[in-house]
Design a protein. Structure first.
Length: 267
């Protein structure tokens, strides 16, 4: 192939890529494994999916929770680079054998998004128990909700990996319900002006940290055996990256124009 043909090929392929419709970028998901706190015996998984239009899909499946009872749940953390994580029992500062919300919050951060079943998802709805999901008679809880991007705090999608999921509600005395007999009234609820709410209702039962890459950031590790992202590499090729590579190739060919000599047999 003559040099002139090589030079003509580069813009031709570039034009072909421009004419080829770019595949829509896929929604991206990060996954969370929910681990028990406060000897709750509960476990669960969650998936946080950022959609192309900026919304956030939240899907949670938990088991072993207090049956027939509401469970407050939230995204905790920060988008300001704070190093929050799930607490261990060393956070139990008063030594009563349970990590309260107040004791856990300095470790996993303040409420960022309240994962209610309906209505607003603001921090102020953190104790809106009437709008929180309810575990069934076997202690299983399923939650699915798409939160509009306009209702998310700034930076939520870009810093998804910095947030944690916490589900609240334990059964300290094993009687299958919330009451004040075991741990008394919730000090958190009292501080919010609510009386008569058992401490069992607000103590955390499960906490999970996002592992792997967050949407909008450079991959930082794997979700189990993956990189945390569901975006396909092919989607990136049909954008600026592919054209940039072709441009670079053209520059190399042109730069070598004076020294590139084809064997006589190929002229």
């Amino acid at each position: 192939m003559k040099l002139s043909r090589i030079l003509l090929t580069v813009p031709a392929v570039a034009a072909l890529l421009l004419a080829t419709p770019a595949a829509a970028l896929a929604d991206e998901s990060v996954h969370v494994k929910l681990l028990e706190l406060n000897k709750s015996g509960a476990s669960g998984t969650a998936t946080l999916t950022a959609t192309d239009d900026g919304d956030l899909k939240v899907s949670i499946r938990s088991s072993g929770l207090v049956p027939n009872s509401p469970h407050a749940q939230h995204l905790h953390g920060s988008t300001a680079g704070m190093d929050f994580h799930c607490p261990d029992m060393s956070a139990d500062k008063d030594g009563n054998g349970y990590v309260s919300t107040e004791e856990g919050m300095p470790v996993y951060g303040d409420i960022f998004v309240s994962l209610t079943t309906k209505g607003d998802t603001a921090k102020a709805s953190g104790l809106a128990v009437d709008r929180m999901p309810v575990a069934d008679a076997k202690g299983n809880l399923s939650y699915d909700r798409t939160i509009a991007g306009a209702d998310l705090p700034p930076g939520t999608i870009d810093h998804l990996k910095d947030l944690h999921i916490v589900q609240h509600g334990i059964d300290a005395d094993g009687n299958g319900k919330y009451d004040t007999a075991a741990l008394g009234e919730s000090t958190l609820a009292k501080s919010a002006g609510l009386s008569g709410i058992p401490e069992e209702t607000t103590d955390p039962a499960l906490c999970g940290m996002v592992s792997g890459a967050a949407v909008g950031s450079v991959p930082v590790g794997g979700v189990s055996t993956g990189d945390g992202s569901t975006r396909h590499a092919a989607d990136l090729w049909y954008g600026a990256g592919g054209l940039a590579l072709l441009a670079a190739l053209g520059a190399v060919v042109i730069g070598r124009r004076r020294t590139f000599v084809l064997p006589r047999a190929q002229r």
